[in-house]
Design a protein around this ligand. Structure first.
Ligand SMILES: Cc1ncc(COP(=O)(O)O)c(C=O)c1O
Length: 308
């Protein structure tokens, strides 16, 4: 797979359930987790424009940030390798520097893909967007391309035009589109590029607590000259916070995976799918709705060494 070209559209598969029949809705899963084994799902869309820009501006390395289990770190390492750019990952948690035996699958994989890992304390990590931190970084790496945590920026948002295009082709009369939300870049990209229709809504499902702070970022990133599609951010489905998964959601994940033979990741897509079922049961979707559940990938999170 070329770093910049999208392959054939990933499948849009219909799924059935007595619950969907009861509430009179049609449900589809957009299997974007199948677009790449590691630069998977939303990561592909977010990274392609950034990598292209890094190359066009002759940057000599790519620097980014993340936690030990970050899908973004895994994907960026693989994408940078594919683009022939050296990469550096600033990883939260300096205790890992001297304990490689404790490294997650994500970190081992990123290192195997050539990413230089730099472990920093949680305190230093919190300062990563500060002027001083960035100044030190650009002094050490004057020609680096710096990607924020989660990879969300203006170019990442643009990367979702092709995905929405595929969705419009595969399911032109969709009314509801669900996606998981971490930093909000994916949701913003979908909002920005979706066609407005009065009966359409894009529902973001926040996987972290107190996610309302993301709203201004999402609004800013998704601004257009024309009327944007209706959207909202559901903030009550974090299940205790980022990376938390209750026994109820673990059971939901297993049942869903067994029933549809579609693997879910524990951090993002399980919560998104669960949120949809709850919204449906609460009567929030009108009869006749056509729902697309976007599988954004993250399946490396299922690796045993990534289970905390
Ligand atoms: C699998 C998966 N789905 C959804 C998201 C949320 O994306 P965003 O950070 O753009 O909101 C992420 C986060 O990066 C992710 O890894």
């Amino acid at each position: 797979m070329n770093v910049y070209e999208t392959e054939n559209p990933t499948p849009m598969v219909g799924i059935s359930n007595p619950l969907f029949t009861e509430y009179g809705v049609a449900v589809f899963v957009k299997r974007d987790d199948l677009n790449h084994p590691i630069i998977q799902g939303n990561k592909w869309h977010k990274l392609k424009g950034n990598l292209k820009h890094a190359q066009q501006t002759n940057k000599d390395c790519l620097i980014t940030f993340g936690g030990a289990y970050s899908n973004h770190i895994a994907a960026t390492a693989a994408a940078a390798k594919q683009a022939g750019l050296p990469s550096i990952g600033y990883i939260r948690g300096d205790e890992l520097a001297t304990h490689p035996e404790k490294w997650s699958h994500t970190l081992i994989n990123a290192a195997n893909n050539g990413m230089q890992l730099r472990f920093i304390s949680r305190q230093a990590y919190r300062q990563k967007e500060s002027e001083t931190f960035l100044k030190n970084l650009t002094t050490e790496f004057p020609n680096a391309y710096i990607l924020p945590e989660g990879g969300s920026n203006v170019l990442a948002v643009e990367g979702f035009a092709s995905l929405i295009n595929d969705i419009e082709q595969q399911c032109p009369d969709w009314t509801h589109l669900y996606t998981a939300v971490g930093t909000g870049g994916t949701l913003a990209g979908l909002i920005k590029h979706a066609k407005y229709r009065p009966n359409r809504t894009i529902q973001g499902v926040a996987v972290l607590k107190q996610a309302d702070y993301l709203l201004p970022h999402i609004s800013e990133w998704s601004k257009t000259e024309t009327q944007t599609v209706n959207w909202s951010l559901l903030t009550d489905y974090h299940d205790g916070g980022y990376g938390q998964l209750s026994s109820e959601l673990k059971a939901f994940k297993t049942t869903f995976e067994t029933q549809y033979q579609i693997p879910l990741d524990p951090v993002y897509t399980t919560k998104m799918m669960y949120a949809f079922y709850q919204e449906l049961k609460q009567g929030h979707l009108p009869k006749g709705s056509k729902v697309v559940l976007l599988h954004t990938g993250g399946l490396q999170g299922n690796e045993p060494k990534n289970q905390g």
